[in-house]
Design a protein around this ligand. Sequence first.
Ligand SMILES: [Zn+2]
Length: 182
Amino acid sequence: MKTSKITQEGLVREFYEKHPKRDIPHAEAVDWVTVEWKLRTGGVFRDPDRFIRKLSQAGFLQKLSKGVYRYDPDFVVHPHLEDFSASQKKEILKRDNYRCVICGRGKKDGVELQVDHIKAKDFGGEATIENGQTLCAQHNFKKKNYKQTETGKKMFIRLYELSKGNRGYGNSKILCGDSGSF
Ligand SMILES: [Zn+2]
């Protein structure tokens, strides 16, 4: 089962969760996860630093100085707490003129609008107005699929930036070229 299978990132997390509120030089974490990974899976854990950096970028770890990280449960961004409030949703919809920021369609065009995290919650994206965007159900669905890959995420952020700089939605035809029947 996938859910019970240990992941490298999960193991790095586990180490820091065992040692909350302590400033830990990354070598200590690297040593532990390398040995532990070998014990549990028989495999070699290469480059655990990569996951430490990733967890730091995601808001799970705080970087205190070069190579020193700290896990403090009080400061972790809890994804499940980071949903937009009803008033934030209203404000985001209003700011985006009740239109999908990618294709420019709104309720009048018969599409369902949703408020989306530009930077995904799983990656430390916060529930702030700035991190919110209005998407039609179709583009939200597409984004959720894109999200699986790093390239997809970057592409979607880029589309959003483009659409922000082009409120006339002049390029919506290109971006929605395959969606005529939606
Ligand atoms: Zn759209």
